[in-house]
Design a protein around this ligand. Structure first.
Ligand code: ME8
Length: 513
């Protein structure tokens, strides 16, 4: 089955920070999980290269906007490797193929009767590239997101009849109550719709850096329309020689709460106007905070994803962000917090569990995992786990899904302490294995349960910890990532001994600056 998952496409007038990395990681978790389910995944990310801010920065620097975006887009593309992101395609909105598709789709929207010419006057934030409605204007006529003064702008424009979609959008929200998650964001979008929708500009004539309006070349399309359309235009050229529209649209979108209005209101209206299907889901994340404020370049409080990965590794950064900032909520992040979770959860809870389990099988059974059934108590604790995690992921509960698995990691740690296999080993008489009522059976069960438990959580944790789980599964001689195979007990006996395992999360971390 085709599955498309997207990140927001990033503005290129700033360098990437951990806030940008967050949505990439969430989308990557979903992409990897769906590959494990056997879906044909298209994980799409990219850069949003048009609009006034880019044109302004380029003018300040005395270079062309195209030169500026060519210089900056690779900085976002470069996050892929360090973050272990498995994105399949990186779209850039200055790509001529994207521009041609935008022109074609918006021409169709006009032919369908949803576009007219008029004059617009309103309060405009150049950083949001957005006119603000009355309810969105902060004190002193400033932008509620950027805190900068809004400017009064007036221009002849092409308009999109957003007001005509009031009723269809209300119906969408009534019929698909979980179309936007979490519910707090759904309610926010619905309240905005119920407050009354006004028509919005489709084009701008004050700038020329954008996608030309084909029927009026003095104008370019307003950057948000061009940007939103990336999610469908990319399907035409992401895979050479194929058009993935029929197989992969509609997509699941991962976004931040600051761009809710565009995705939850403008985007479905535009798709309806173009006669296209609506997205499957909008998964809306909160903000990463530093010192109680949104991490952002303008606040000067950004953490560099490349530095964080350099110090702790991609797995740890991915894990930390999703564990610390429950997806959907805001949460504070810091390198100290990252180090703490690295040491307690990754190195101790998971790393130690894996090392000890493999080491004990090697020591007590020459690496051969005993061919016995897993302990029924642990089997009960793991029952239904792959389906439960998949269900949470489908609902956008990416942090809760991780927590479900982590509770099992903790359960296995308690199991080691409860059964104390080292004591069972001492009680074992040489050659006693298999004798009725003898101790070896107990040790066999514990070892088999631990190894199979570690394998099960490794398969299920793969979307969050791709590198460590690959190492671990290789050491177990069980590299298969098939999601259903993540069920406890899904793997039978093997004649091959387990391999050696170097520490998954070494404790010799560099000192923090
Ligand atoms: O909004 N915490 O681009 P962008 C969490 N081009 N997420 C954060 C964050 C933080 N501190 N800072 C930024 C745009 N983000 C548009 C999108 S989509 C068709 C066009 C998230 O580069 C932010 O919420 O300003 C947004 O979802 C994403 O990074 C891109 O931000």
């Amino acid at each position: 089955m085709g599955y498309e998952v997207t990140t927001p496409i990033f503005y290129v007038n700033a360098a990437p920070h951990l806030g940008h990395a967050y949505s990439t990681i969430v989308a990557d978790v979903l992409a990897r999980h769906h590959r494990q389910r056997g879906d044909d995944v298209l994980f799409l990310t990219g850069t949003d290269e048009h609009g006034e801010p880019v044109a302004n920065v380029a003018a300040d620097r005395g270079i062309s906007p195209q030169e500026l975006v060519d210089e900056n887009a690779p900085k976002f593309e470069a996050m892929r490797g360090p973050l272990e992101s498995s994105s399949d395609f990186f779209i850039r909105t200055s790509d001529p193929r994207h521009k041609a598709a935008v022109q074609e789709i918006l021409t169709r929207v006009r032919e369908n009767g949803w576009v007219y010419e008029g004059e617009y006057e309103g309060w405009y934030c150049p950083k949001c590239a957005d006119f603000k409605t009355e309810s969105e204007i902060a004190e002193g006529n400033t932008c509620p997101i950027h805190g900068i003064p809004l400017s009064r702008e007036k221009e002849r424009n092409w308009f999109f009849r957003l007001s005509a979609f009031q009723e269809p959008l209300e119906r969408l929200y009534a019929e698909r109550p979980d179309w936007v998650v979490p519910a707090v964001r759904r309610n926010e979008a619905l309240a905005f719709i119920k407050g009354g929708l006004q028509d919005v500009s489709l084009s701008r004539s004050a700038i020329s850096w954008g996608v030309e309006v084909p029927w009026d070349p003095e104008h370019v399309f307003y950057v948000w329309w061009d940007a939103l359309l990336n999610y469908v235009t990319a399907l035409r050229f992401a895979r050479p020689g194929e058009d993935l529209t029929a197989s992969h649209w509609p997509a699941v979108h991962v976004i931040g709460k600051d761009i809710l209005k565009f995705h939850a209101i403008y985007w479905p209206a535009l798709l309806l106007a173009a006669g296209l299907e609506l997205p499957k889901r909008l998964l809306v994340g909160g903000f990463l905070l530093v010192g109680g404020e949104k991490m952002s370049k303008s606040k000067g409080n950004v953490l560099d994803p490349f530095e964080a990965v350099e110090a702790f590794g991609a797995d740890a950064v991915r894990f930390y962000l999703l564990r610390e900032v429950s997806f959907g909520n805001d949460g504070s992040v810091s390198l100290e917090g990252l180090r703490a979770r690295y040491e307690t959860e990754l190195a101790n809870d998971l790393g130690n569990l894996a090392s000890r389990s493999l080491a004990m099988v090697r020591r007590y059974r020459d690496g051969i995992v005993p061919d016995v059934a897993v302990d029924p108590e642990i089997a009960a604790a793991f029952a239904g786990l792959p389906d439960a995690v998949a269900g949470l992921l489908d609902d956008g509960q990416v942090s809760q899904a991780l927590d479900e698995i982590w509770q099992r990691v903790r359960r296995l740690n308690r199991y080691v302490e409860e059964r104390a296999p080292w004591t069972l080993a001492k009680a074992e008489k040489p050659g006693a294995a298999g004798e009725p009522g003898a101790a070896p059976d107990a040790l066999d069960v514990v070892l088999r349960t631990l190894v199979e438990g570690v394998r099960s959580v490794a398969v299920l944790l793969h979307p969050w910890l791709p590198a460590a789980t690959t190492t671990l599964l290789d050491a177990l001689g069980a590299p298969d990532l098939d999601w259903d195979g993540g069920a406890l007990g899904a793997r039978g006996a093997s004649a091959e001994p387990v391999g050696e395992l170097a520490p998954l999360f070494p404790k010799d971390l560099p000192a923090l600056a």
